[in-house]
Design a protein around this ligand. Sequence first.
Ligand SMILES: Cc1cc2nc3c(=O)[nH]c(=O)nc-3n(C[C@H](O)[C@H](O)[C@H](O)COP(=O)(O)O)c2cc1C
Length: 142
Amino acid sequence: MKKIVIVYWSGSGNTETMAKSVAKGAGDGGGEAVLKPVGEASVDLVKGADALAFGCPAMGDEILEETEMEPFIASLSAGDVGGKALGLFGSYDWGEGKWMQDWKARMQGLGAQVDGEGIITQLEPSQEALNACYELGKRLAG
Ligand SMILES: Cc1cc2nc3c(=O)[nH]c(=O)nc-3n(C[C@H](O)[C@H](O)[C@H](O)COP(=O)(O)O)c2cc1C
């Protein structure tokens, strides 16, 4: 059984809702889903995963949340994520998704196999976005 580690930050709950859909898909897909807010996650947890999903809304000015998520992502090396399937997801509001494009490029730079373009949704997740998160979880478990 594949261990799918899902790490997220969410201030007002939108990205958390997405994270839960990823976890549901991963479980329904036959994987072991480990869902953690970033404050409870560790690099070792990432290292021990078969596949990964990270979630964070657009914050600051098109950047990751600065106090928890950014330091966590910055602490990861190619040895932790290289070669692993990785889904990215998050909510935004007024921007055009630049934070996700930058995040994808950054994770690819560490050698992660990033799934698609990352799942983004404006504010409260649309049903379409939640379905995409669920399917992402299933793919990561497969
Ligand atoms: C401090 C702050 C900065 C934000 N910066 C951006 C931004 O640069 N671009 C954008 O599209 N949305 C931005 N937003 C909107 C959030 O991404 C949006 O409200 C999102 O739904 C929050 O997700 P969450 O409920 O998971 O915290 C910002 C929100 C806050 C509170």
